[in-house]
Each structure stands twice: as structure tokens, then as C-alpha cells.
Design a protein around this ligand. Structure first.
Ligand code: ZN
Length: 97
């Protein structure tokens, strides 16, 4: 079984049941590193996004895929936890200096 597809299915079930990040631990966990884009595209299409990391305003595009709702919410430079921590530390030390 495809784990990503299972998460998508569980997530959609929770969203349809009216849950949000406040009431669903699954949605809260998923939203930490992803964004949920509900769309009805039946063919793959490109959407322009902005990195949601504080202090970064990089644009990036995601490929919307039919029946997929989970997409990255950070730009390519900040996809990994390590890179985001590094960015935050630099931001913090710049604020002090
Ligand atoms: Zn970024």
C-alpha cells in the first residue's frame, strides 16, 4: 500500500468531516511541513507559491496533480528541516547584531 496515498485519503476524510488543524492531530502534523491545496484540476497544472518560512519570500512553483492535496510549503532551499533551522539561526543572530 502506498503510504502517501493513505495519508491523503485519511486527510481528505478529516477535512470532509469538518476538521481543522485545531481538532485533528493528523491535519496539524501534516500542515507543519506541507500545505493543503484543494483543487479540481483533472490535468496536472502549475501553481506559483511563496515560501512560508519567516524572512524568506522565495517563490516556487508546485505541480498540482489530480486527486492530490498535499504540497510543499517551503521553497526548494528550505525543504529540509536542517536548512530551515539554519535559516532561523541566521535570522536570530542578524537581529542581535
Ligand atoms: Zn524559503
Amino acid at each position: 500500500m502506498d503510504t502517501a496515498a493513505n495519508i491523503e485519503r485519511a486527510l481528505l476524510g478529516q477535512l470532509r468531516a469538518g476538521h481543522s488543524a485545531e481538532t485533528s492531530p493528523l491535519i496539524a502534523r501534516v500542515l507543519r511541513n506541507n500545505q493543503i491545496l484543494l483543487h479540481n484540476f483533472r490535468a496536472a497544472s502549475i501553481k506559483d507559491c511563496r515560501c512560508t518560512l519567516e524572512g524568506c519570500d522565495n517563490g516556487f512553483s508546485v505541480l498540482l496533480i489530480p486527486n492530490q492535496t498535499l504540497y510543499p510549503k517551503f521553497c526548494a532551499a528550505h525543504r529540509s528541516e536542517y536548512r530551515r533551522e539554519f535559516h532561523k539561526e541566521r535570522l536570530a543572530s542578524a537581529a542581535i547584531a
